[in-house]
Design a protein around this ligand. Structure first.
Ligand code: UT7
Length: 392
């Protein structure tokens, strides 16, 4: 699927990134911590991947909790109220449920009472897919404001006996708010691709908390844990990144020389270096935070974007490319022309911040009340017995 939004003469509605945020759990797991319980070393992990540590969610931190915190930060930057959001897309491979969606949970917690919400499954490319979907909805005129979140608790689906995968991943969330603007810019183009023939190279067959034994002789395979053929995925990634970036850049009507910053999915520093070589670009143009967070799957690109903005690596007028790749196999790129976005610290902005906080508190109180009422009603039913329709 290919979309070009910036072509001269096309309709004048552009989807600009106006808010961004990120959240990572406090708990840090270093390479040395891993080496304490599996046969590996800081030297092996850092030289082969660039990773030195990753964050691990606490028991209370689910993907929705991490995503909510990133979304609240994004709302604060753009200074809009949750009811102004029209659509929430959550890219995740580690939702709390098959349904209800993590997106619906976050929608409720935010108090985004006018938003549609759904989860998007495209593994590590999910955030790029979500950006494209949201930008299209804005471009078509059907919505004005979209919240796109990438959030993962990968630590829950890792097979800690498999040193080939468990050393790579970490937990975290990132979010952006896209909004309609008349000036040309924002998401200019996208290129999304998939090759399901590679389904067995990287995957998470099912969800569940108990070990599942299959009947077909794969006795010990944990179907609710992630598997990966690392070497094969490495080759696939280095092949598709350059191709995908070139295609998206051409669709945007710009040249590779016009690109200022590339934000790749954070999978492996050697993959990023190979992509830079393949594109003939300086490796410094690629944002990398692998060292601190490892691979956070669908969350890695929005986290890297939020940090790049915080570190002033992106400036108004810059062209940035987000490029994702991973399970599916799926991959894709979007080109964004950065607009003139300034965080609002006016008095009106501070009042709206108070209103947002009050809204979050009201949702928390209402949710608690509903839980208590349900518990009281269950207790009463258990004590006095609920009447069955057949009793009449
Ligand atoms: O987000 C989705 C996309 N994912 C990716 O892009 C990941 C792509 N793949 C990779 O990043 C790399 O393939 C890995 C980091 C997973 C593996 O690196 P590699 O250079 O391909 O190593 P390898 O699997 O070829 O293993 C080399 C050696 C093997 O030992 P022998 O057979 O040469 O004796 C492994 O058993 O390293 C051994 N090894 C380890 N040693 C210490 C594998 N994992 C470890 C480990 N610690 N954690």
């Amino acid at each position: 699927m290919t979309n070009s939004f910036g072509a001269p003469g096309s309709d004048r509605r552009y989807a600009h990134i106006v808010g961004w945020g990120m959240y990572v759990p406090e708990k840090v797991l270093t390479n040395d911590d891993l080496a304490a319980f599996m046969e590996t070393s800081d030297e092996w992990i850092s030289s082969r991947t660039g990773i030195r540590e990753r964050r691990i969610a606490s028991d209370r931190e689910t993907s929705a909790v991490l995503g909510l915190k990133a979304a609240q930060q994004a709302l604060q930057v753009t200074d809009i109220l949750p009811p102004d959001i029209d659509l929430i897309i959550v890219a995740t491979s580690t939702p709390e449920n098959i349904f209800p969606s993590t997106a619906s949970i976050i929608q409720h917690w935010l108090g985004a009472t006018n938003a549609g919400a759904f989860d998007l499954s495209a593994a590590c490319t999910g955030f790029v897919y979500g950006m494209d979907m949201a930008a299209q909805a804005i471009r078509s005129g059907s919505i004005n404001t979209a919240l796109v979140i990438g959030t993962e608790t990968m630590s829950r689906v890792l097979d800690w006996r498999d040193r080939g995968t468990s050393i790579l991943f970490g937990d975290g969330a990132g979010a952006v708010i896209l909004q309609t603007r008349a000036e040309r810019g924002g998401v200019l183009s996208s290129v999304l691709r998939s090759d399901g023939a590679g389904f067995d190279m990287l995957g998470l067959p099912t969800r569940g908390s108990t070990e599942i034994r299959s009947a077909d002789g794969l006795a010990d395979r944990q179907l609710h844990k992630m598997y990966m053929a690392g070497g094969e995925v490495f080759k696939f990634a280095t092949r598709v990144i350059g191709e995908s970036v070139r295609q998206a850049v051409a669709k945007a009507g710009i040249k590779l020389e016009d690109v200022n910053v590339i934000i790749p999915h954070q999978a492996n520093q050697r993959i990023i270096q190979a992509a830079a070589r393949g594109l003939g670009l300086d490796a410094d143009m690629f944002i990398s935070n692998l060292e601190r967070y490892g691979n956070t799957s669908a969350a890695s690109i929005p986290i890297a974007l939020a940090e790049a903005l915080q570190n002033e690596r992106i400036h108004p007028g810059d062209h940035i490319v987000l490029v994702g790749f991973g399970g599916g196999l799926a991959w894709g790129s979007v080109v964004v022309k950065w607009g003139l976005v300034q965080p609002d610290d006016s008095t009106a902005g501070k009042i709206r911040e108070q209103r947002r906080r009050a809204g979050y508190a009201i949702v928390r109180i209402r949710t608690r009340l509903r839980q208590w009422l349900r518990r009281i009603s269950e207790t009463l039913n258990a004590l006095f017995g609920a009447q069955h329709p057949d009793d009449h």
